[in-house]
Design a protein around this ligand. Sequence first.
Ligand SMILES: [Zn+2]
Length: 276
Amino acid sequence: MLRQVAEGVLIHESGFCQSNAVVVQGRAGVLLIDPGVLGYEMAALANDLRELGQPVVAGFSTHPHWDHLLWHARLGEAPRYGTARCAVTVRVRLSDARAKARIAEQLIPPDIAEQVPLDLLGLITGLPAEMAQIPWDGPQVRIIEHQAHAPGHAALLIDERGVLVAGDMLSDVLIPMLDLNDTADPIEDYLAALRLLEGVAGDVDVLVPGHGSIGGADQVHARIDQDRAYVHALRDARVPSDPRVGPSATFDWMSGVHERQLQQLARRSERDGTPG
Ligand SMILES: [Zn+2]
């Protein structure tokens, strides 16, 4: 079920929302980034890794959203990491007794809710903000932290392999989804994150979005430009000309996401008395 996208870097695409789990081979085992969503898929992934003789030696969640925080018992008990800000956000959001039930009821689509194991949800350790790399015995994985999409979101750059794991940005199927809860200036946060990714784009041969198709070197700037154009349209309350929303969209619910973002931004600017 694993597909190699670069030397020592393999992915598994979930049946849910084209979610990509990323496996990076190290010296004594693998780093597993955003393991997946459906229980049977994560179990199958664990089996494949076992057959390859590759135990999971570290995990990483790119950001504090439920579909990036899951784990399966068969993946073992390796340390799981996120940025410090991601870990704090997870801890706060899961702090009350009803948190998981609420996630199951309100966030997970009903048709898959029973297939999503929540018992090991969000058990991550925050890495200190000054730690620029994931601590593990394998190719260096640089953490590029920003505040677009979710607090403490990390993109990961595996320099030696030319791979950028983008988390929930630079997707060919999902429009930029702004963090409209936790930030003072969600538009600028998103644009700043795109500039950060643009800064490393020259080193990237393979782009792995959290959801959607793997991109080659030619896709990196194209997707950055596409995301930026969408965010500009959103900022200016213009109709975006973007294939990810509208009649040709992969997901028909994307236009609803766009409408909600427009409304929430309008409400924010009314409240703050500021344009945009
Ligand atoms: Zn997300």
